[in-house]
Design a protein around this ligand. Sequence first.
Ligand SMILES: *[C@@H]1O[C@H](CO)[C@@H](O)[C@H](O)[C@H]1NC(C)=O
Ligand SMILES: *[C@@H]1O[C@H](CO)[C@@H](O)[C@H](O)[C@H]1NC(C)=O
Ligand SMILES: *[C@@H]1O[C@H](CO)[C@@H](O)[C@H](O)[C@H]1NC(C)=O
Ligand SMILES: *[C@@H]1O[C@H](CO)[C@@H](O)[C@H](O)[C@H]1NC(C)=O
Ligand SMILES: *[C@@H]1O[C@H](CO)[C@@H](O)[C@H](O)[C@H]1NC(C)=O
Length: 410
Amino acid sequence: MNMSEDELQKVVDQTIGSEETAQEKKRTKRCGWGIKVTAIVVLILLGVLAGVLPFLFKNHYLDFVFGGDTSNNRPTGWQGNDTDSNEGHHNNSSYDLDPRLTRSFWGIDYTPNGAQMEYGCSISQDDVVEDLKLLHQLTPRLRLYGLDCGQGYYVMNGMKTLNIDMGVILTIWVDGNATTYERQYNAFWKLLDQFGADHISGVSVGNEALYREQIKPAELIERIRNVKSNLKERGYDHIPVYTTDIRSLPDIMPEEDQVLDNVHPFFAGVTVDQAPSWTWKYFKDVVIVPTIRLARSKGIDQVKPALISEVGWPTAPESRVYQGAVPSLKNLEKLLFSFVCQSNQKGVPYYWFEFKDAPWKNATFGEPREAFWGLFDKDRQLKVPRLPNCPLPLFKNGDVSVPQPGFAFQ
Ligand SMILES: *[C@@H]1O[C@H](CO)[C@@H](O)[C@H](O)[C@H]1NC(C)=O
Ligand SMILES: *[C@@H]1O[C@H](CO)[C@@H](O)[C@H](O)[C@H]1NC(C)=O
Ligand SMILES: *[C@@H]1O[C@H](CO)[C@@H](O)[C@H](O)[C@H]1NC(C)=O
Ligand SMILES: *[C@@H]1O[C@H](CO)[C@@H](O)[C@H](O)[C@H]1NC(C)=O
Ligand SMILES: *[C@@H]1O[C@H](CO)[C@@H](O)[C@H](O)[C@H]1NC(C)=O
């Protein structure tokens, strides 16, 4: 059975209920004649459901909703394996393993100390190596936010020093200043020449630059195409190129090799108890379903891989609440234990935001809360008493694959 684009849209909106539709419904809700209309809509819905439910189940569109067992239909891209917990946790390097840490995070967002050019670069190799010792025990993958101050070099070289393999998403920072872009763009190619592509799991042209309105979609697309064609010329066209944003996703998506979205339950103002289900639903509605639609519109089965490029929770100051969302250590711990292993199980790829507290962000963002999203504090002390334990396999060199949640295209 093949559904048309219209039918898919209808099913998605009516069965699962997209954010937009929900919002629109709220705005246009009218009383009075509502009951009759509701009755008719319910009847139509039942009809549609009867027609398409078998299809949806067959293709695992609804596993998200009903928590279906997805273990048997994981696409080949999924590297998760709950049974090979400590395999490969060898001690190659001359550092102590921390018994509180297991490689249970799909990825972690990381900004080394002293990597902001506007504050003067004070990054050091030793400091990055100390971070990497912890990071490597926590995750197979990192995501960096820029390439200033040699941070890409220190991370790649630090991995070499430690004899560890991790995947890294490199971001060429976009802030509307052409000089910034050119500087980081050049740093990227230099890094590629120096270290090759084994540890590069993707290149992000900017992070939330569309959201900050520092660039127009068309200009960003031009830059994405440029990076892609240069990679191809150098024989690295397997490296996925994309941007990371929370706005204009539909404009950009067709140009991207993978789709990244920073998904923050905190800024949705939900309570920490609602945070995991809110995050999965948002990811599904705003990212996964549009990728399915895009594939459909092109008449292809291959859905673009998608991932949550940021998810996390701030721990202070507790007064800086956002609606129902309260910064606290307890809440960070709650989200960790209700999201991390559960997402691994579902095959939802995510980068935890973020590795350690970043005091400089208080000044940069004019918001003290921004400085306290770390799993570790600024002095590299673990902030919570324990972390989730559901280890993932080590990174395989050159692996750029991303799992697709079981609910998505079979
Ligand atoms: C998971 O790990 C076990 C034990 O190491 C192995 O036998 C199995 O093939 C792995 N499964 C996948 C899907 O990689
Ligand atoms: C790893 O190796 C270092 C030095 O070789 C050693 O001091 C440390 O105890 C080892 N850690 C583990 C967990 O084996
Ligand atoms: C240790 O080294 C071996 C061989 O070089 C490699 O296969 C393995 O992945 C390394 N382990 C870690 C934890 O990096
Ligand atoms: C762009 O950044 C450079 C330094 O990175 C600075 O010298 C220049 O003034 C900036 N240009 C604009 C228009 O802000
Ligand atoms: C954040 O910056 C403000 C303004 O400079 C300052 O008053 C405040 O103490 C800072 N908060 C933290 C937690 O550093």
